[in-house]
Design a protein around this ligand. Structure first.
Ligand code: ASP
Ligand code: MG
Length: 455
C-alpha cells in the first residue's frame, strides 16, 4: 500500500471548478498506482468569514445580520454542491443544513453572552473544514471514485488549548491508523478536513490558522505515507518574496531543516509545524500548484543532493512590520540578572521575541506584534533604558551550505554593501544568517542578496 497524503488549501477548493481540478489531480495519483488520502482546507475565505462573523456576534451585531451572514455561507456551500451535482445520494444537503444549524446556534450563544469562549470559537472555526471535506468527498463519489468522508475529529487528538491546540502524537497516530488504514487497504479514498481535532474528552478543537498542512503531515506520518503533497496556488517555495524581488524563482529541492526555517520566518506556503511529523518518518513533502499540476513544485527531503544545488543558499525569507527594542541596563551591578528580567517582561506580556543580539550591557530584540508594547516598555523601564524603532524588517538567508562553508556568512554581509544593518545574527543551527534593516531599505538589501546568491 503506497499511500500519498494530498492536502488541498483553500484556494484549491474555492469553488466547484477548483474542486473539479482536485478530483482530476486525485484521479491522476490513483492512476499512478498510489492510494490517495485527501485532506482539505475550508473553501477559500470561509475561515476568515466565520471568524469575522463570530467577532461581530460578540460585539453585538443584530440577530438578522448574523442570520444573513450565515445564510450567505450556507448558500455558497449549497450552490457549489449543486454545481458539482454532488448530492446524488441525498445525504449531502441534510449534512450541510445540520451543520449550519449548529453554526447558527454557536453564533447565537456568542451573541447572547457577548463573549467568545474559545471552545465555541473552535466549533465555529472547525465548520469550514468539516463542510468542505464532506463536499469534496461527495464530489469524488459522484464521479465514481470510492471516496469516504472521515470526520477529522476521529483522527487528530489534541490537548484543550482551544484555537491553537497541540496534537497528542501517540493518540493521533493510533486514531489515524484506526480510521484511515482500513479504508486505504480497501481501495477507498478517505477525505477529511484539516485544521480540526478533538480533545480526549471529544470536544472540538482547531490547530491554529493555516493548520491544515499540519493535519496532513500528522496523518502522513501516522500511516507511513510515501509522500505528503501540499497543493496550493503557487508553484512552490520561492527563492524570495516575489513582491520584493522580481526575479524570484521556485526552489526545486530543500532540506527539511531549510524548509522549517523558511516556514518559520514567514514563507506563507507552508505551516511551520508541517515539517516535524514528516521528519520523524522521513517522508518527502512536495509543494505543488493545483492550478498548474504539471509544474514541478518544491520537493523537501532530509538530504537534497548537493550536486544539484549549485547555489550556496536555499532561499531568502523576510518579515516586515518589525519593531526593534534596544534595552540598555541602567544598573550595571545587576548584570547577572539582567537577561532574565528582560525576557520576563516579554513573557508576562505573552509577546514572542524573534531576533536577539547582545553586548555587555545591552540587548536588542525584535518583535512583530506591538500590541503589548506599552506594558513591555513600562516593565523594562524599571531597570533599563529602552529605545524603540518601528518600521524595520528581518531578512533571513537560509541554507544548509552555511555549515559547509564558513566564508558564506561574510559574503552575506559584504553583499548588502552600504545598506545599514541594525542587527546581525547567526544562530547555533548555522543554517541561517539573519539581518535586521530598515523597511525602506528592504528591497535594496534583498535585491542585492538575491543578485549575489540566486542571480
Ligand atoms: N482554514 C484554516 C485557515 O484558514 C486552516 C487552513 O486552511 O490551513 O487558517
Ligand atoms: Mg495554508
Amino acid at each position: 500500500m503506497r499511500a500519498v497524503v494530498m492536502k488541498f488549501g483553500g484556494s484549491s477548493v474555492v469553488d466547484a471548478t477548483a474542486i473539479d481540478r482536485v478530483v482530476s489531480i486525485v484521479a491522476g495519483e490513483r492512476n499512478r498506482g498510489r492510494a490517495p488520502v485527501v485532506v482539505v482546507s475550508a473553501l477559500g475565505g470561509v475561515t476568515d468569514s466565520l471568524l469575522a462573523l463570530a467577532e461581530r456576534a460578540r460585539t453585538g451585531v443584530s440577530h438578522a445580520d448574523l442570520e444573513n451572514g450565515i445564510a450567505g455561507l450556507r448558500r455558497r456551500h449549497v450552490d457549489e454542491a449543486a454545481r458539482l451535482g454532488a448530492d446524488r445520494d441525498g445525504t449531502l444537503l441534510p449534512f450541510l443544513d445540520g451543520h449550519f444549524d449548529e453554526l447558527q446556534a454557536a453564533m447565537d450563544e456568542i451573541a447572547r453572552r457577548r463573549s467568545a469562549d474559545p471552545a465555541l470559537m473552535d466549533i465555529i472555526a472547525a465548520a469550514g473544514e468539516l463542510l468542505s471535506s464532506r463536499l469534496v468527498a461527495a464530489a469524488l463519489a459522484v464521479r465514481n471514485f470510492p471516496s469516504v468522508w472521515v470526520d477529522a475529529r476521529e483522527v487528530v487528538v489534541t490537548n484543550d488549548s482551544h484555537t491553537c491546540a497541540i496534537p497528542l502524537m501517540d493518540e493521533t497516530a493510533a486514531a489515524a491508523v484506526a480510521a484511515i488504514e482500513p479504508l486505504v487497504s480497501d481501495g477507498r479514498i478517505p477525505v477529511l478536513g484539516g485544521f480540526v481535532g478533538r480533545t480526549l474528552e471529544g470536544i472540538t478543537t482547531t490547530l491554529g490558522r493555516g493548520g491544515s498542512d499540519y493535519s496532513a503531515s500528522l496523518v502522513g506520518a501516522a500511516i507511513h505515507a510515501v509522500e505528503i503533497q501540499i497543493w496550493t496556488d503557487v508553484d512552490g517555495m520561492l527563492t524570495a518574496d516575489p513582491r520584493i524581488v522580481d526575479d524570484a524563482e521556485v526552489v526545486r529541492h530543500l532540506s527539511f531543516a531549510e524548509a522549517a526555517e523558511l516556514a518559520y520566518f514567514g514563507a506563507k506556503v507552508l505551516h511551520p509545524s508541517t515539517i516535524f511529523p514528516a521528519v520523524s518518518r522521513n517522508i518527502p513533502v512536495r509543494i505543488l500548484n493545483s492550478h498548474r499540476p504539471e509544474a514541478q513544485g518544491t520537493l523537501i527531503t532530509a538530504d537534497p543532493p548537493a550536486a544539484q544545488s549549485h547555489r550556496p543558499f536555499a532561499a531568502l525569507a523576510c518579515k516586515r512590520g518589525i519593531t526593534i527594542l534596544d534595552i540598555t541596563s541602567t544598573r550595571m551591578l545587576m548584570a547577572h540578572g539582567f537577561l532574565r528580567r528582560v525576557f520576563e517582561a516579554f513573557e508576562v506580556n505573552a509577546t514572542a521575541v524573534d531576533v536577539v543580539t547582545t553586548s555587555e550591557v545591552s540587548v536588542s530584540v525584535t518583535i512583530d506584534d506591538p500590541r503589548r508594547l506599552p506594558a513591555i516598555i513600562e516593565a523594562l523601564s524599571e531597570f533599563a533604558e529602552v529605545r524603540r524603532e518601528d518600521q524595520m524588517a528581518i531578512v533571513c538567508v537560509v541554507g544548509d551550505g552555511l555549515q559547509r562553508d564558513p566564508a558564506l556568512a561574510a559574503q552575506v554581509l559584504a553583499s548588502v554593501g552600504d545598506v545599514p544593518l541594525r542587527m546581525v545574527s547567526q544562530a547555533a543551527s548555522r543554517r541561517n544568517v539573519t539581518i535586521v534593516l530598515r523597511d525602506e531599505d528592504l528591497a535594496k538589501g534583498m535585491g542585492r542578496l538575491h543578485g549575489e546568491f540566486f542571480g
